[in-house]
Write a protein that binds this ligand. Structure first.
Ligand code: GTP
Ligand code: MG
Length: 229
């Protein structure tokens, strides 16, 4: 397994990604509501924190600590002890939270293993079709640029989630945020709902891996690989 990968612990996804998340780049997750993006972020965060590395987690959705408790089990307290959680309430606050997380990571006082921004486009979405839309897009682009540079300089895995919109031209689901965000991410994963607790992760873009699909299941204690891999 390449050392420049951060295993997610979900075998099918790690296989799809050639060992795990790239550690010097931004990985973008997009998909409809309930497709598992947040659970995926929590699962990887728990794994990193369990290994005593810090996770900086910027949460705009009101992350469920109960969910993290289910994933963490007996290690919940230890995981919380390595989690720096911020919960911005606006795009401006999100900008400050991202800047702080990047600065702290670059400060080097903590061994940071993962930075999460979930969701990057929650507040941006509120500005769509308003007079603030251009400013909001620019603010978001600056945040993402900071994340890209931080990932690259520190060799840090960054997870960034996006909500989706349905393209009226062909009915496909596309990530919010436009082409800038898609260029900023070196890996793009689409999360699809299947029956019941089943979900699929489609590798849409990667620097070094062929396109493909992995499957997992949502269980009471986290995400469980169902193949291939
Ligand atoms: P948005 O943030 O709305 O875009 O969705 P998401 O893609 O982040 O989905 P999320 O990861 O929050 O949820 C994935 C699925 O997990 C949903 O279908 C929920 O119903 C399910 N889920 C949430 N909490 C639990 C739980 O405690 N137990 C089980 N079994 N499933 C849960
Ligand atoms: Mg979510």
């Amino acid at each position: 397994m390449p050392s420049d990968r951060l295993p997610t612990g979900i075998a099918s996804v790690d296989r799809l990604l050639g060992g795990g998340l790239e550690t010097d780049a931004v990985t973008e997750l997009y998909g409809e509501g309930g497709s598992g993006k947040t659970l995926f972020c929590l699962e990887v965060a728990a794994r990193v924190a369990r290994a005593s590395r810090w996770v900086f987690y910027v949460d705009t959705e009101g992350v469920s600590l109960e969910r993290l408790r289910s994933i963490g089990g007996a290690d919940f307290a230890r995981i919380l002890g390595r989690l720096l959680l911020s919960a911005p309430k606006s795009l401006d606050e999100q900008g400050r939270a991202v800047a702080t997380a990047c600065a702290l990571a670059r400060g080097g006082r903590r061994d940071v293993g993962l930075l999460v921004l979930d969701s990057a486009t929650n507040y941006y979405r509120l500005s769509l079709s308003s007079p603030d839309e251009d400013d909001a897009r620019e603010a978001l682009a600056l945040q993402v640029a900071d994340l890209v540079v931080t990932a690259r300089t520190l060799g840090l895995a960054v997870l960034l989630t996006h909500q989706v919109w349905r393209n009226p031209r062909d009915g496909t689901l596309e990530p919010l945020g436009g082409s800038f965000l898609n260029h900023a991410a070196k890996t793009i994963l689409r999360f699809d709902r299947r029956d019941g607790a089943r979900r699929a992760v489609v590798l849409v873009k990667h620097r070094a891996r062929p396109a493909g699909t992995a499957e997992f299941r949502i269980t009471s204690t986290g995400l469980e690989s169902t193949g291939p891999g």
